[in-house]
Design a binder for this molecule. Sequence first.
Ligand SMILES: [Zn+2]
Length: 224
Amino acid sequence: MAALKATAWLHPPGIRWVRRLPAREKVLYLTFDDGPIPELTPWVLDTLRDLGVQATFFCIGRHIAQHPEIYTRIRAEGHGVGNHTETHVNGWHTSCSEYVRDTLQCQARTGNRLFRPPYGRITLPQAWALRQHFELVFWDVLTGDFDSRLSPEHVLQDTIRRARSGSILVFHDNLLSEERMRYAFPRTVKHFLKQGYRFPPLPGSTTGMPASRQAPMPPSSSHS
Ligand SMILES: [Zn+2]
């Protein structure tokens, strides 16, 4: 599988940022942020299985700690994972040292090089401090499933309109997104499957540590 770094650009120099992967074939990358949670992630996994497609889950570390069985299932079913920090910290409101500490705490659970900053917010010093550990994975299609002002149908149509080959799509296994995600995610996949698209996990996302091999982590005290 091709490495992300082969298609990322340097912005700024020394830090790898990815927003979309160039693709000659029909391929789309589904990503789910903020899980795993029992209310939604098993449903997402069931739906992915029924549709016969793969996704990448950018997990919050403390959710992995709370629901290791769901995390194990994600990995056992061949989906990818990535780091979404231990406590979903906002980089713009967090010191560099605290941001790095929180991110590396989650890294002890996920174990590969893919990292997505919560809210897409990270400062240059934070990104610079993490550059040796990670490739920063953003997106080119933010579905808007988190936006309660949008109708589920609007989210679906807008996602279909903007996705193109190589796109990285962001949904959320987060209760704030539930109504719109449950509606738009399977319909988006069905739409593009009919057009011959494939949905693989992100390159590099299926490596790293399965839950069963993880050392126990101390409970987190902060919330965001
Ligand atoms: Zn998030």
